[in-house]
Design a protein around this ligand. Sequence first.
Ligand code: ADP
Ligand code: ZN
Ligand code: ZN
Length: 719
Amino acid sequence: MILRVALDVPVPKLFDYRAEDVTRADIGRRVVVPFGKKRLVGLIIDIAAESEVPASRLRVAETILREVAPLEREWLELVKFCSSYYHRPLGEVTAAALPPRLRAPGPVPDPPSEYALTQAGRDALAAIAPRARRLRALLTRLAAGAVSEADLRGDVRGARALLRRGVEAGWIVPIAVERPEPRFEGAHELTPEQREAVGSLRTQLKKFGVSLLFGVTGSGKTEIYLQLIAEVLAQRRQALVLVPEIALTPALENAFRARFPGACIVTQTSASPELERARGWLLAHRGAAHIVLGTRLAVFASLPRLGLVVVDEEQDISFKQRDGVRYSARDLAIARAQIAGVRVILCSATPSLESFHHASTGKYDLVSLTRRAIREAEMPEMRLIDTRVHSLRDGFSAPLLEAVSTRLARGEQSLVFLNRRGYAPVLACPACGWVKGCARCSAHMVVHLTEQRLRCHHCGLAESIPRACPECGNPDLQPFGRGTQRVELSLGEKFPEARILRLDSDAVRARSGLGDLLERATQADILVGTQILAKGHHFERLTLVGVLNADAGLFSSDYRASERSFAQLQQVSGRAGRANLPGEVLIQTRYPGHPLYQSLVKHDYPGFARSLLAERREAGFPPFVFEAVLRAESGEIARAMRFLRSAVERAPTRRASIVLYDPAPMSLARLAGVERAQALMQSRSRARLQEFLREWSDTLYRMPAQGVRWHLDVDPIEF
Ligand code: ADP
Ligand code: ZN
Ligand code: ZN
């Protein structure tokens, strides 16, 4: 028999191997095969009687890994869809979809189990020498009842080795964890809007369909999907929940555990330790996990009894994978729900224009929540501060400073929001105009005063701060612009008695993670933060949000910038006044008349979204056209451009409905020493664009590489 195997190599085909004793039941299993001089783990996609490869050249598969049940048809359909839609070899997609541990030939990690003491173990405990203190501690702990390895390791030093010894001696036995039925606890009594939403969604769970759950921050969207998940679990099915931020998953996981006691909840993020990720993945694959919670890669969890998919903050760009297989987890979540024949719920207070458009044309079901769930928590009052009238000192207008001191006097909390970390975004020489750029990127280096370093926010390069201008020798180099560190320092001067805490990714790294920082944040009087603060946190005493530098997103060359800007401003505004204290949001801007701000202060996202959609329709941008880019990366821009030009020359000629633009360097042309250029294509028909890409990529794979790495990016978000 011939195995057709997907292997993680950049060749768009399956590889054939000979094998004996295989049946169709092995489709979806992993297999170890020789490849050149290496051994690779691949996935069996098909079994055939014969191969196009001559028998003399066919190699024999080494081992079929049968300890894991085969991946099911639905999962295989998902990766095949991903491969064909994003034009990446199936082997690369399956490799990206499986946890690293399952891509290697080693043994599969055991499911987490608990350990119990045998009678022999009890006898041993009675007879044990007092000197063997740790062994005694371990056996004593087990004598009180079954314990997981993780708990034992927390309690007894060297527990792992001791456990192994105990098991070998027959004193200790692993036992499968017995799980009680999952329960759902602490359900809120729903508001009328929520009740209506749950009521209508509940009846639609068993069929494919996309619902856009569009509700203002604090309207109780989470509560709605938790109740629907409870429903799904009661039907003995599994739920998949995708969230954008790795940093937020621990908090969310705890919230889920509190609400679903007894449920097996598995998290999948790229930050999870490999072993944990593989174990979690296997629990889901075996059908034991009730809920899989994770970031974009969790969309590939194997869920044989999938009953519901939720994508929270569906507009978030972190759902788009930026390298390797460049998939959108939101879009794959929809494909996945379709394959499984279940409902997918996209949640957002500021939906992506794509989803908003589909909801307004009726392709998606729209479920709207217009009020906050907690009755006392009204929407915050929004005010624009015209900085042409109120001049800025150290970045602050007088009304904002006043508002902060009022909060200080009342013992309430203020948040100063600025989406730029570091001390200053530019270091320049006022004498000759020299500006410090990154040696590896087409970007400026950012001054970080707390570490006395310059850092590139694109590639991470760090350098010490020069003492003088390398061009003219002027020792008086000036930091220009303002980042969170600088704002923190100015606030410290203005409010010396206030407890000020900076929350950005530098602070997260410097301390022991976001959780620790958020803990401290509840004590602070003034928080200075970037968008890591904007999402999902509740601060009881927070009643003022001040936004500095909001205009940055207004005039970007990226047509998605204003949509994102609105989302971010609304999200951060949502931090004000969540409990029973009314909130106020002050936004400093030079353009108070701009439609973005006018809609924002009225809490009118639909109005803003409609006006953006009209612009997009006019200008011929998504969602009214579909886009893809062919991107080339090389040490030299000329090479990348040359490759793209010859690729464009060889593009399929039948392309009435495709517009293919001339290649151009990307807006951030140089990144970490690599020059990047791309050719954009657009079409009003997704099907036509796909057809075109399919034909073109066949040609591209056959073109000589010319010292260039290339890839297609479908539905790109970077230009
Ligand atoms: P969203 O996800 O829409 O921003 P959440 O689901 O986080 O909103 O809800 C905001 C707050 O309101 C949470 O503290 C939540 O516990 C609370 N909440 C949600 N629904 C209700 C309800 N029906 N009654 C009382 N409190 C609720
Ligand atoms: Zn100079
Ligand atoms: Zn750089």
